[in-house]
Design a protein around this ligand. Sequence first.
Ligand code: IVH
Length: 704
Amino acid sequence: MPEPKPVEALSEAEAAAELTQLADEIAAHDIRYYQEEAPSVSDAEYDALKLRNAALEARFPQLVRENSPTWRVGAPRAASFAPVEHGVPMLSLDNAFSDDDAREFDARVRRFLRLEGETIGYTAEPKIDGLSASLRYERGVFVQGATRGDGRVGEDVTDNLKTIGEIPRALRGDDWPDVIEVRGEVYFGHDDFAALNEAAVAAGQRTYVNPRNAASGSLRQIDPRITAQRRLRFFAYAWGSVSRPFAETQWQALEALRRWGFLVTPQARRVENADGLLAAYAEMERLRPRLNFDIDGVVYKVDRLDWQQRLGFVSRSPRWAVARKFPAQQARTILNAIDLQVGRTGAVTPVARLQSVTVGGVVVENATLHNADEIARKDIRVGDTVIVQRAGDVIPQVVGVVLDERPAGAEAFEFPTRCPCPLATPLARDVQGEDAEGNSIYGVVRRCTGEFACPFQRVEHLIHFVSRRAFDIEGLGVKQLQAFYDEDLIREPADIFRLARNEAAIAALKEREGYGETSVRNLVNSIESRRRIPLDRFINALGVRHVGETTALALARGYGSASAFLAAMDKVAAGEADAVAELDAFDQIGPAVIEATAAYFAEDHNRRIVAELVAEIAIEDVERPKTDTAVAGKTVVFTGSLERLTRDEAKAQAEALGAKVASSVSRKTDLVVAGPGAGSKLKAAADLGVKVLTEDEWLALVGG
Ligand code: IVH
């Protein structure tokens, strides 16, 4: 990517646009990472997005969005498990990437405690790469267990955790506090992970990309009997609420956990001072290849708990601990070719075809090259020896070229100007705005201009249509859709529903290789079960640019019914001012969405596709915001830390009662709900004479 503009050089409007885009992008990555367990960027790229977001927010505090990624650790809970509020939030750790960072951590601790020159004890523990869980014990009995969720509220997975042999149902000994939340990591051993995937391959099922995803997928099964078949394991390393103190140091705490029947990583060490931290890291790097579980670094913790207490927390991480991360794993190989992949919206991504190479234990043959600018910036040429990197489990990437090994005659890569699809439509770059002289500013993404004529985009569109957050049709994967498309069986969404009613086609399917009576019946059933669909999913499935899950929900809430939505879209496409103004007034809808919906519904082809789909299905209304409550129609801003509600809950509650939730205080704001730590927004409210409520007053007002 080209260097982004420095934050200081951005206008407020540019910053606002970028924050909107970052919020969407980060939310999408969160969903891919936490819910779909299929991340598509490296941790480093993800961290860079979050950092940029934080820098923008620091410079433009008035632009902090209600759904700012800064508020969230992890991702929202999946809908299927009951929520559990953690007695003490489950926080994240700050990262350290070098010996210098580790020394700086030690120096910071000393400065804070005013203990320069004295001995400070630390624990250094493997950072297990699984998923954290919190286990509540009352009078020594395991009563409830939860995932981390967003850090404050997790998912109740008690029954699933009970299937894990390494989690004691009852604590041993008798010196445990009456109430204690034991925290640790649920993970898969390498051996069990390999066996799980082998069994999946044998059964023709999907495999997991890595042990962490397998652990997360296995623990979050709705049916605990499935979890029970997976050999999940557990290491304890921390605790949340406790009814009384039970140790004076982290080390004693680990010993206590061991005494009560938990497994604690045998590689944990007690060390002293910065030198001890560095030595422990070096040892862990050495041990890593021999461990039966994945670790992605070392966690350093100040040993004395009274010092931990004094050090406390900064925002969402403790000052008394840090995660020293291992560097990403890299290898060298030859770049054989550069191909283009076309996504649903026509975005073209260059993909490196590599001579196969093992990176950190995984065979890599393809890697992303991001975009044309990146290829040019790194001057990557076919035939080059390149450095490939895998961080965590994300798509491998080409990070650079070994210039010394460039073969004579290797030519600079010329990015194709046409789509690789059979139509070879021209590629164009998105226009992102204008500079001061009125020249267009282009984005880095190249897009095929063929839209619905481009078969690649049409297949991608179908893949999106059946995906989990859209129509969620099981049994129609990438392979099947591609095959059905090639055979003219499914060309557009309505065809999916027509197929399920087409006896001749169904009979023919049963004869195909790899299909049988059962799988065809399952496919037909899963299609039929989706003939009724909530309006927001329907809108999301249409694949309008800039209209993802969140925007689709905002549109669905705004219009309420499919007929109102479709009628309004026709008017928006025709440029009718009233209809555009109505759309513009909905929460979360901005110019990009208006432009994209207008363009989509102005297209005859799209209108026909939608009409034919609508004829096949029943679209359920979505509840519109209420108009008869104390806060209906009011614009509310939440600021500071809320204590009885999470921000998401507060927002959902306000919206359900017909209020609009905004992120900054302006003349249009009717109410500001302020918790402890409220700053500039509280001041803005005072300046503008906006009414301010405490959280309790708000709850009283809305009857919560
Ligand atoms: S201590 C206040 N110790 O790392 C932080 N965490 O980024 C308490 N993790 O969510 C966490 N091994 O899932 C701690 N030995 C260890 C750990 C560990 C892995 C994970 C944990 C947490 C994340 C923090």
